[in-house]
Design a binder for this molecule. Structure first.
Ligand SMILES: [Zn+2]
Length: 154
């Protein structure tokens, strides 16, 4: 191929917008079924006793297969947070109507941190160590969105 031929590149823009369904796997399926009963389920590692939420098959620290299911929460503690000003909508970043809190929540009984939206407290009042509780959709729909958000506990 000559140098001139290499510079000729044909491109086409093909806008795609479709729903893509894939199997999330048995661990996330069981997690979603738990949410549908307003329960937050994690798995416990037989090697180091880590409790991971959302559940996954292998422990990231010791590579053991985790198959002991445990219920965690529904309350937990904010370990860290940020104030979000944008939404991610189908891969597109859009300005949010109002700022909101996204926190890393350590659920009671869990080792891992769950990223979640926190409502019911203003961004100037939220703090690390704040106790929060899960709020589920009502009615639930057997989906990941059943765990709607967290709000201050008590
Ligand atoms: Zn482990």
């Amino acid at each position: 191929m000559s140098a001139q031929q290499e510079r000729i590149v044909a491109t086409a823009v093909v806008p795609l917008d479709f729903t893509y369904n894939y199997r999330v796997g048995q661990y996330v399926e069981r997690y979603i079924k738990g949410l549908g009963q307003k329960k937050i389920m994690g798995v416990k590692c037989p090697g180091d006793a880590s409790v991971i939420v959302p559940p996954r098959k292998y422990c990231g620290r010791c590579n053991e297969i985790m198959n002991e299911w445990v219920e965690v929460g529904p309350e937990g503690t904010i370990e860290n947070f940020t104030i979000a000003h944008v939404n991610l909508n189908k891969g597109v970043v859009e300005k949010a109507d109002t700022e909101y809190i996204v926190a890393l929540v350590k659920l009671d009984g869990a080792t891992s941190l769950l990223p979640a939206k926190v409502l019911g407290v203003s961004p100037v009042d939220v703090e690390v160590g704040m106790r929060v509780k899960a709020v589920f959709k009502d009615p639930v729909e057997d989906s990941l969105e059943d765990l709607s958000h967290f709000e201050p506990a008590g």
